[in-house]
Ligand binder design. Sequence first.
Ligand SMILES: Cc1ncc(COP(=O)(O)O)c(C=O)c1O
Length: 293
Amino acid sequence: MDEIVYLNGSLVPRSGACLSVDDHGFLYGYALFETMRAYNGRIFLLDRHLTRLVDTAETIGLTPGLAGIDLAQACDETIKANHLREARVRLTVTNGDAEVLPWAESRGRCTVVVTARPYTPFPADVYRQGFKVGVASLRRSAGSPMSRIKSTNYLVNVLARTEAARRGLDEALLLNDRGFIAEGGNSNIFFVVGPRLVTPSLENGILPGVTRQVVMELAEKLDIKVIEGNIRLSDLARFREAFITSSVVEIMPLVGVEMETKRLMTIGDGKPGNLTMKLQEAYRAKVREETGY
Ligand SMILES: Cc1ncc(COP(=O)(O)O)c(C=O)c1O
C-alpha cells in the first residue's frame, strides 16, 4: 500500500504528492520542521512541538501563511491514514511557492507536509551499551538566533552526522564557535557531575529540545539539580555519566567521546550510569501516563 502523506489540507498517496519547484523551503531552506514520536497512535508532547514551531514561525515571518491550518489535526490524520501505532512523524512548514528570489514576499500560503512512518526503537541492548559520539569538525554559532530554531537549514547537522557515521560513531558532538560543547547532531546533551546534571545553556547555540525540557522537569521532581552553563571538552574527565536526548531516541546513555585527534575518552566507567537510568525510567513512565504505551 502506498504511504499516505498530508499535503496542504489533503491526504494523498506519497507517489502523487507534488511540491512546486519554486517552494522556498526547497530553494532556500526557508522552512521549519518538527520530528515527533507517536506511541499507541498518539504523538507524545504534540502541544510542545507545535508551540515551538508556531513560536518560531512568528520569528521568521511564517505566521500569516499558517492562518486557519490545524496542524495537530494534520498530524493525527496522517497517523490514522497510515494505520500506525508506533511512528516517527515529521511536520514541515515552508514559506511556500513564491518568486525565485530569496527576499521575495510569500504568496501568502505556507506549504504544510506531514509524513508518518513506522518506527522501531533501538533494541534494549543498545540502551544498555550506550552511544559513542565524535567531536565534529564543524561548529555551531553560539551567537546566532538561527542556531536555536529547527529549520530545514540543517546542513551543519547533516554533515556532522555523516562525518560521525563515517568514523563508526553513533552521533556527532558539536562544539560552538567559542569552543564550548553545544549539542549532538540531532540531540541535546547532559552530563552528571556529583549529584547534579549539567547541560549547555541555550546561549551556547543549541536547539531548545522538547525532550531536554522534559528531562529538566523530571529532574526537578526527582530533586536532582540541573545547571545550565558552558561546558568544555576538558570538563569531560570530571563527568560520571552522560546522555543525549531527542524525541525519537528519548534518553540514550553516552559512554564515550572520540576527540578530533581520534582519541576515545571514556565517560565514567564506560557504562550507563544510575542517574541516567533513573531518568530513563521517569521519562518512560511519563510516556506511559500520556499515551498508554
Ligand atoms: C539539533 C538538534 N538538537 C536537539 C534535538 C532534540 O530535540 P527534541 O528533544 O525536541 O526532539 C534535535 C532533534 O532532532 C536536533 O535536531
